[in-house]
Design a protein around this ligand. Structure first.
Ligand code: BGC
Length: 705
């Protein structure tokens, strides 16, 4: 019987069936992405996407709503692994309770290209932050007995031509930046599965790359789960099995036959089949379906809704707050501009989409949050959206998966704006963008740049409201950075709410009124202008082909990604990595650094302002220039404080393993920690360093990967 089934008991045909998914057509759970095959009475294990919540589709008979949590870039903005672990656990429970055994999340690719269409699904431009947040997420999911699947392994940092593009990246860069989050997650959270990516890496599809899937992942890092392919990735299933891609997804009968034939013709040794079949078998035995768990179809959506609120609340980043424009009085009169108040984006598009039980847009959130919304003005926007998107649009918002171009924002005249300025205390302008799987955002008006009508709206609102001494606040409801420098001086405050999940409106209202004191910090740089972005600027990064249709993408900036680039070349960003304001102020004191077999860093964070709040304290290390060229500084540790009342102090103690100071020397094939003087830089962002201290390493340390 299935209970004690062993690989040795299975025929070749049965073993191969274990290696190939059951194709799209057998999906029992509406909206699930795939499942394993029912070999010898083993259960079919269902898989569903994330990473902002379980993606299954609402079904007219059995409704299966799942909580829409804030997108991963917002989870990373919390810099709070404990909170992210709780979110992971909640998603795991929803998966388990709907009969899903494998959660196809989280995405942990690096924000190399600020406009990658899936950046909302990924955490950060920094490998340490991405790895630590991912590890917390995976621990949470797996704590309830459901597999997490960190993806897309590896070097899949853009969507254009994603299934064929060849990413060229040197080994140092690969190991220090792009593989690092996977290494952290494998070592700290032991994911049951990893998904290889669509792209090629240095000439070979990642799903067919033995060096990546077997040598690095298993032999070096000790991974003991299964590797599954991305859906339809690669061009040769035989090579996939040889490389160590254990499960081919979504799978087809043709692939099964091809593999069986290959073994019979001695093109594929049966040892490879046995190896992967044993792994898949062990994997299936860990899942709830195998253990006889009966899906309840009734996860605790109410509690998870509260958690979605909490996670979004901690991920809001306050980018600007001149003269304490925020918070507003709780009963302030507010004129709400922009169609994004109605068609607020709660999440991104593609496989990372979610179908929640409810969704609060910004308009409803403000109405319910006590603010006195100018209803006449907002009704103009509601009608405008209905006219342009169709009557059903508001209802469709719960299910919508398709991209809609931003609507023109010439909705109210300057005279009308003057009238609203006269009768309101503040203007709130919502700017919305979305993106999704399969395409990248573009450095054009209406995407990275404001449209002309958006810019006009901000100008007119700024002129009329400021003429009467009223404040102007912009809410950015975006999946990844937009250009801000050309217009930010026109407004008093900017809050970045990313794609905040089903509780979007409530969170925006509570930030505006101070019930939430923002404590998020940027996990990714906001560049001043597109021309500053390293991934976009050099033609040599796309050898022989144009950037909008590349066959090859060369990571020609090397390890200088995100702040590592802007710091090295002295380029000022609009808002730097790690940046985020609060309604209160924090001071840093008493830095102590000691060194024995690790570096111990301790300091105090004190709330010296007026409001209770949390601070994200960041520790960067500046290494000596030794055998390899080094970034100016790199994030090596971080800690979010507990909620501190005015006057309260949090004593922070952090440890950095000395090996984490190493760089990879391609020529020697070794990680090397140079000897010399290191500077520990503690601060509120990568460019707001408050305390520094130095230590010296007398001897070089080197070790094998
Ligand atoms: C995406 C994966 C996803 C899979 C299954 C692919 O197109 O790249 O992230 O998990 O589809 O839906």
């Amino acid at each position: 019987m299935s209970r004690d089934i062993r690989v040795e008991d299975l025929s070749l045909e049965e073993k191969v069936q274990l290696l190939v998914g059951a194709s799209w057509h057998l999906r029992r759970i509406h909206g699930a992405a795939g499942e394993t095959r029912p070999v010898r009475g083993l259960p079919m294990v269902a898989m569903a996407d994330g990473p902002s919540g379980i993606r299954i589709e609402p079904n007219p008979i059995r409704r299966w709503p799942a909580t829409a949590f804030p997108v991963p870039v917002m989870l990373a903005s919390t810099w709070n692994p404990e909170l992210v672990e709780a979110v992971g656990r909640a998603m795991g429970e929803e998966a388990r309770d709907y009969g899903i055994g494998v959660f196809l999340a989280p995405g942990i690719n690096i924000h190399r290209h600020p406009l990658c269409g899936r950046n909302f699904e990924y955490f950060s431009e920094d490998p340490l932050l991405a790895g630590k947040i991912a590890a917390a997420y995976v621990k949470g999911v797996q704590s309830v007995g459901v597999a997490a699947t960190p993806k897309h392994f590896a070097a899949n940092e853009q969507e254009t031509n994603r299934t064929t593009v060849d990413t060229i990246v040197d080994e140092r860069t690969l190991r220090e930046i792009y593989l690092k989050p996977f290494e952290i997650v494998v070592k700290e959270a032991k994911p049951w599965a990893i998904m290889s990516s669509y792209n090629k890496l240095n000439g070979k599809y990642t799903s067919q790359n033995e060096w990546l899937l077997t040598k690095v992942l298993r032999e070096e890092w000790g991974f003991d789960g299964i590797v599954m392919s991305d859906w339809g990735a690669g061009d040769n299933p035989i090579e996939q099995v040889k490389a160590g891609n254990d499960l081919i997804m979504p799978g087809s009968d043709e692939i099964v036959s091809r593999l069986i034939e290959a073994v019979k013709r001695s093109e594929l040794s049966e040892d490879y089949v046995n190896r992967s079949a044993a792994r898949v078998l062990e994997f299936i035995k860990r899942t709830p379906a195998y253990k006889g768990y009966k899906p309840t179809n009734a996860p605790n959506l109410k509690e998870h809704g509260k958690l979605a609120y909490e996670a979004a609340a901690e991920g809001v980043v306050l980018l600007k707050n001149n003269n304490e424009a925020l918070p507003l009085n709780t009963n302030a009169k507010v004129a709400l501009f922009g169609t994004g108040q109605v068609e607020t984006n709660r999440g991104g598009l593609g496989s990372g989409h979610t179908h929640p039980r409810y969704f609060i847009n910004i308009l409803d959130g403000l109405r319910n949050g006590g603010l006195r919304v100018d209803e006449e003005l907002s009704s103009i926007y509601v009608n405008y959206v209905k006219e342009n998107r169709g009557e059903d649009y508001l209802c469709a918002l719960y299910y919508e998966e398709a991209y809609s171009e931003p609507l023109p924002q010439d909705v109210v005249s300057e005279e009308q704006v003057r009238k609203y300025a006269e009768r309101n205390d503040a203007a709130v302008v919502v700017i919305s963008r979305n993106s999704g799987e399969g395409w990248d955002r573009r450095a054009i008006k209406g995407d990275y740049y404001l449209t002309d009508s958006e810019r006009r709206l901000i100008e007119v609102v700024s002129k009329q409201f400021h003429a009467l001494g009223r404040r102007v606040i912009v809410v950015l409801n975006v999946p990844s950075p937009i250009e801000v420098v050309s217009w930010r001086d026109l407004v008093d405050a900017i809050i970045l709410v990313w794609l905040p999940g089903q509780e979007a409106g409530r969170v925006v209202a509570d930030v505006l009124t101070g019930r939430i004191n923002p404590s998020g910090k940027l996990p990714t740089t906001f560049p001043r202008d597109w021309s500053d972005v390293p991934a976009a600027k050099a033609v040599e990064c796309y050898p022989g082909t144009p950037p909008d249709n590349p066959k090859v993408v060369k990571y020609c900036e090397g390890v200088y990604v995100g702040y590592r680039y802007y710091d090295k070349y002295g380029i000022e960003p609009a808002y730097e990595f790690g940046f985020g304001l609060s309604y209160t102020r924090f001071e840093y004191r008493n830095l102590k650094v000691t060194i024995d077999d690790s570096v111990k860093v301790s300091f105090d964070v004190i709330n010296v302002g007026k409001y209770p709040g949390k601070e994200v304290a960041q520790v960067y290390v500046k290494a000596p220039q030794g055998s390899l060229d080094k970034p100016v500084q790199e994030l090596k540790a971080f800690k979010k404080t507990r909620l501190l009342n005015p006057g309260e102090v949090d004593h922070i103690e952090l440890t950095i393993n000395i090996k984490e100071l190493a760089s990879f020397n391609d020529a020697k094939g070794l990680w090397i920690v140079d000897k010399g003087e290191y500077e520990v830089r503690v601060g509120a962002s990568s460019r707001d360093i408050r305390l520094t201290s130095k230590f010296t390493l007398n001897n070089e340390i080197s070790f094998k990967p």
